[in-house]
Design a protein around this ligand. Structure first.
Ligand SMILES: *Cc1c(COP(=O)(O)O)cnc(C)c1O
Length: 362
């Protein structure tokens, strides 16, 4: 049997593990922060019709620049943050925001360059960084998982990275960043600042999006995704908002026709039904707040969350708790600082199953 060691693999990939959130067939999957509500029958029909409409021309390449989809997404973002004044020229789309992040690093990172993030945070930031040959620098959040402007500035001034990642609300902690921390990072950073807002739609009322900082800040990139609040993880559609010059940079590295005609049609249909898709966000927020209160009531430590998941602990042996839940049909995520676990907010029935199982283990 040939093993990886027998192949002339890049030296810097030796010993690395692939991304591996377990995909197990369990009754209650609360491990990858998806929206638990499937599309309505009406939307399923609309999605089917949209695919039918493009099916007859699948012999042709799709619109390479996805212009119509980008205009739709810009209009959606303008409704989210009216002051941002965005048009399709400010927006870029790809197969999940992970591909967006990869394109950003291909354009602004690379050999001899570095990217910096504040741990604990999203594990794909360092992974994609390294795969693009960019050096990764670990900086750290405060004890309560917050990030004060002084802390952000100190790390950026010490390392002078080419790309800074700020995740807000942060995964896996749920922590939202105040705008002054993002502004301070932008002032201090010599290069690009990427604010990953994968969970932006779940943020609490009154918490502004970094989209509002885009005018006059050509080194700022805000990334979003349809995989979380938008309830379309299977579509694989991520996007960003930035200065049009940033989009020009990404055009240099994107693969031709990277976004299939089917993806573009499905994503446009999803945006057109945005109100329905985002209609579950309020219920998920309430479910999240109730879950935080319940976990605290059980005597556990819980990070404040502006997202659709909750980080809780602390367990000297978190593996035992994770396995105990799995034995009871509930899959959550072993991620973050060593003694913590993360659970996604599900339907009321799923969250109830999680509570029952956890109580038995505790
Ligand atoms: C889930 C997640 C993403 C991305 O996902 P895609 O499905 O690739 O759009 C990006 N950033 C963070 C912080 C996430 O948690």
């Amino acid at each position: 049997m040939t093993s990886l060691d027998d192949l002339p693999l890049r030296d810097d990939l030796r010993g690395r593990e692939p991304y591996g959130a377990p995909q197990l067939d369990v009754p209650v999957a609360l491990n990858t922060n998806e929206n638990p509500y499937p599309p309505s029958e009406r939307l399923v029909k609309a999605l089917g019709e949209a695919v039918m409409d493009v099916a007859g021309s699948l012999n042709r390449y799709p619109d390479r620049d996805a212009a119509a989809l980008r205009a739709d997404l810009a209009a959606f973002l303008c409704a989210d943050t009216p002051g941002a004044g965005l048009t399709g020229r400010n927006v870029w789309a790809a197969n999940g925001s992970n591909e967006i992040i990869q394109q950003i690093l291909q354009a602004f990172g690379g050999h001899g360059r570095t990217a910096l993030g504040f741990e604990p945070s999203y594990s794909m930031h360092p992974t994609i960084t390294r795969v693009t040959g960019t050096g990764w620098i670990d900086a750290h959040r405060a004890e309560d998982f917050g990030l004060e402007p002084e802390r952000a500035v100190a790390a950026i001034e010490e390392h002078r990275p080419d790309v800074v990642f700020l995740t807000s609300p942060n995964n896996p902690t749920g922590t939202a960043l105040p705008l002054d921390a993002i502004e301070a990072a932008l002032d201090a950073a010599p290069g690009m600042v990427v604010v990953d807002e994968a969970y932006g739609e779940f943020r609490r009322a009154g918490t502004p999006s970094a989209l509002s900082l885009l005018p006059g800040n050509p080194r700022l990139i805000v990334t979003r995704t349809m995989s979380k609040a938008f309830a379309m993880a299977g579509t694989r559609l991520g996007y960003l908002a930035a200065d049009p010059a940033v989009v020009d940079a990404l055009l240099l590295v994107r693969l031709p026709y990277h976004l299939s005609a089917v993806t573009q049609a499905v994503a446009r249909t999803a945006v057109a039904h945005g109100e329905e898709l985002l209609g579950t966000v309020d219920a998920l927020r309430r479910e999240r707040d109730a879950l935080v209160a319940w976990l605290r009531g059980e005597g556990l430590t819980v990070a404040d969350s502006d997202a659709n998941f909750v980080l809780f602990g602390t367990f000297p042996d978190r593996r035992r708790v994770w396995e105990g839940l799995l034995e009871r049909g509930v899959l959550i995520r072993e991620v973050g600082p060593p003694e913590w676990l993360r659970v996604s907010v599900g339907t009321p029935a799923e969250t109830a199953a999680f509570r029952t199982a956890l109580k038995e283990i505790l």
